[in-house]
Ligand binder design. Structure first.
Ligand code: NAI
Ligand code: MG
Length: 357
């Protein structure tokens, strides 16, 4: 399945997206050369607030044709609230990719890396190493609902959770398959079937049903309230964690936060069937407060590149990048300021690329 010719759509977006994406590309180019991967990058200026200023919309009408034929999207960050409201920039770009390309998995690793101060006392690299798998298309984030008697004392608002068997089973299958590739082979399901008494028992039922097909995987489940407490108190318990859209949203910010800085966390928006391109990006946004200063940490973007290569069947190239990231994070001089170092964005990116050899 591995394809040696890759065509990547590059979308830097706004703010520090434009600073960290070039570092991600620098590392991808270097690793591609070492592994004889023929990787072509096509850069696009849309899905940015600059594009909106010029054209009155975030993306051209034919954006799907322009990037739909690529193997993956390598995305920076979108958002510049000074000129375009966040809901306009986000819904006009990133949400479109997720919906139209049926990227129904949101995948976020949370791993404590050497050299990254952990906000949880006494934790060391190795203690936190989990993958959070979030359902990305239905669940609590549905558009079914409405408002009645608006503006009167009888005002009523409703928004329904939607769980389809197809939607639940496909995210569970992805999570079980992922757990099967990992040494601990463990899967934790986030639920709340004590309080949410229709959809969440259904979720649990589908987990139990799917577990029958994966006898080698040890499965447990926690209600979301105590699960968040365990993330903080016992993060070493977790390997693969699967969750509905809302619970996954919360866990996938909490997990990386427990593992240190937001500047190094990556994320994949994945269409596992590869019917459409998947999108890889750092977890962080465009960081207007530090944009144009050349000090942003490029590691989240570089790690997103490793996830992209892994998704495209180049696991060895991906682990090369991960080893280089670990090496650089353990060198105080090579770290950026958010990690207490002095390196600027480019210096950090270059040192990761150099550490590949
Ligand atoms: P943010 O992630 O951009 O920044 C939060 C804080 O973390 C800031 O103090 C920033 O300086 C710091 N930070 C973020 N990335 C960093 C890096 N690589 N190195 C060092 N420090 C870093 O989140 P915020 O401020 O809430 O949002 C800013 C804009 O980004 C908004 O327009 C928002 O809508 C957008 N956004 C876009 C996302 C995306 O494209 N996926 C995700 C999150 C926010
Ligand atoms: Mg979120």
């Amino acid at each position: 399945m591995t394809d040696n010719h890759l065509k990547i759509a590059v979308i830097p977006g706004d703010g520090i997206g434009k600073e960290v994406v070039p570092e991600g590309l620098r590392v991808l180019e270097a690793v591609a050369k070492r592994h004889n991967i023929d990787m072509r990058f096509d850069e696009f200026d849309f899905a940015s607030c600059d594009y909106f200023q010029k054209h009155g919309q975030m993306m051209p009408d034919d954006w799907k044709e322009q990037v739909g034929g690529h193997d993956a999207l390598f995305f920076g960050a979108v958002g510049w609230p000074e000129t375009v409201p966040d809901h306009v920039s986000l819904w006009g770009s990133l949400i479109q990719f997720r919906r139209e390309f049926d990227q129904y998995i949101s995948l976020r690793p949370a791993r404590l890396m050497p050299g990254v101060p952990c906000p949880l006392v006494g934790r060391e690299p190795g203690d936190i190493d989990m993958m959070i798998v979030r359902e990305n298309t239905e669940g609590e984030y549905s558009s079914i609902g409405g408002k009645m008697f608006a503006g009167t004392p009888r005002e009523v608002v409703l928004q329904e959770t939607v769980m389809s068997r197809i939607g639940v089973d496909r995210v569970l299958k992805y999570a079980f398959e992922l757990a099967a590739t990992r040494p601990r082979a463990k899967l934790t399901s986030a639920t709340k079937s004590n309080g949410i008494s229709i959809t969440m028992p259904y979720w649990d039922e589908r987990v139990a049903e799917m577990a029958k097909d994966y006898p080698g995987i040890s499965v447990d489940k926690y209600h979301i309230d105590i699960l968040t407490a365990h993330f903080v108190l016992n993060p070493d318990k977790f390997d693969v964690v699967v969750a509905s859209n809302l619970f996954g949203d919360i866990l996938s910010d909490l997990g990386p936060a427990c593992a240190g800085t937001i500047g190094i966390a990556p994320s994949g928006n994945i269409n596992p069937e590869r019917e459409f391109p998947s999108l890889f990006e750092p977890v962080h946004g465009s960081a207007p407060d530090i944009a144009s200063q050349g000090i942003a940490n490029p590691i989240g973007q570089i790690w997103a590149g490793a996830m992209m290569l892994d998704h495209l069947g180049h696991a060895e190239a991906a682990s090369d990048i991960m080893r280089a990231i670990e090496r650089i994070l353990s060198e105080p001089a090579m770290r950026t300021r958010d990690l207490g170092g002095q390196a600027d964005t480019q210096m950090c990116g270059k040192s990761v690329a150099d550490a590949l050899d």
